[in-house]
Ligand binder design. Sequence first.
Ligand code: TYD
Ligand code: MG
Length: 464
Amino acid sequence: MAKVRTVFRCSECGATEPKWTGRCGECEAWGSLVEESDGLAPSQSVALPPTTPPIPIGDVDPTEFTPRPTGVGELDRVLGGGLVPGSVTLLGGEPGIGKSTLLLQVAAEVAASGRKVLYISGEESPQQIRLRAERLGAIHPRLWLAAEIGLPQVVGAIDAVQPDVVVVDSIQTLLNPDLSSAPGSVGQVRECSYRLVQEAKRRGCAIILVGHVTKDGSLAGPRVLEHVVDTVLAFEGDRHHALRLLRVIKHRFGSTLELGLFEMTEKGLIGVPDPSGLFLADRRVGIPGSVVVPTIEGHRPLLVEIQVLVASSPLPSPRRSATGIDSGRLSLLLAVLEQRVGVPTSAVDVYALAVGGVKVVEPGVDLALGLAVVSSLTGKPLPGDLVACGEVGLGGELRQVAHTPRRLSEAARLGFRQAVVPTSAPNPPKGIDILRVGTLAEAVDRLGLGRDSAPGPRTGLRSL
Ligand code: TYD
Ligand code: MG
């Protein structure tokens, strides 16, 4: 087979070089050259008959994109029903988070539903995968395995098995021999994913690609990978906790608001259909610095305990540590507390934590976080059956967040009886009383954490 000619294109300015160099000769950007095949046809300007003739929009067959359930409920929920035949889905996640486990379970479920699945691994041997499959109860005659890294061999394996669903674990191990760069390089990942997208469309099989993410959480490989696939899923979680979240970042066939939840167990991943109480299982009430916030993740309400611990700091610039909470939000709240509420926070270390290995990034957590800081500073606990939700502005004012009634209904369902909310919040659902407050300062005051209240026990800090 003749080698395809390759060129190196600068990802900054688009200039091409025949050889790889560290710096683009045109725009002088460093490390921007990426290998690609020089497959341009010479007849770019000639008009050709379209491969599929244009048709009126009403004549398009909508059933072509009907998702088919995988049988893994939480994945089907995220995908809006299941995998669409001919689609390509990218599953990103940090190493060890459980991507291979999830996809092996998905593959076995799909096989059990009567379809053929091919699981291609460039990372593990068939023996290793079989051992894992035995533990997961995922041995099935319609589930086929192949250990390949060469792109032509991968396509050959798809040819041989003719599967309905293909799993490629991972896109970073694939090698297109037409390119001289190593597996996992930008050029390789791009060319291999292009080819697999074409194969999926041509054969009508659904392909799931596994993609590793780098330390900063972005997918290793080019952004173009996210553009060529139909769906991008992110598998997240804290490796020290059992909870795993499956988010949808891009979805050509449905909403990106759904969230899937799993628990990693001895027997693999188990869906968590009713997650709300999950994080509160080991909660102890009556501890200063603890406040529960009803959050919304996708369409799902989740109750999360926010814990804050403050301690007088020996450091000139005290520590601020945020786990599962945006550190920018924490800094902002500490500034608002100092400037608008009169709570001195500049001489204390602050440790803030969303319990259970979950990440709470939405603004609705502000009020709970602010109250938790003050409660920890004063040593006064808040009532155990209280939740707080609202966004805090730079002026210390409170703003309502989306879906407040849904959040409060969920809190009421789990036995919470009081809620602190912004003044504009709608009337509460049955079973929960609300305290409407206009500012963070008012919330602090009305909950008895304020200046006039007696200082709390066991705190060496100034009373407020
Ligand atoms: P894995 O699916 O290999 O992660 P990835 O493909 O994302 O790199 O999962 C790795 C971890 O999951 C591993 O540390 C062990 C754990 N695990 C379980 O806890 N239970 C199980 O049943 C399985 C198969 C794995
Ligand atoms: Mg893996």
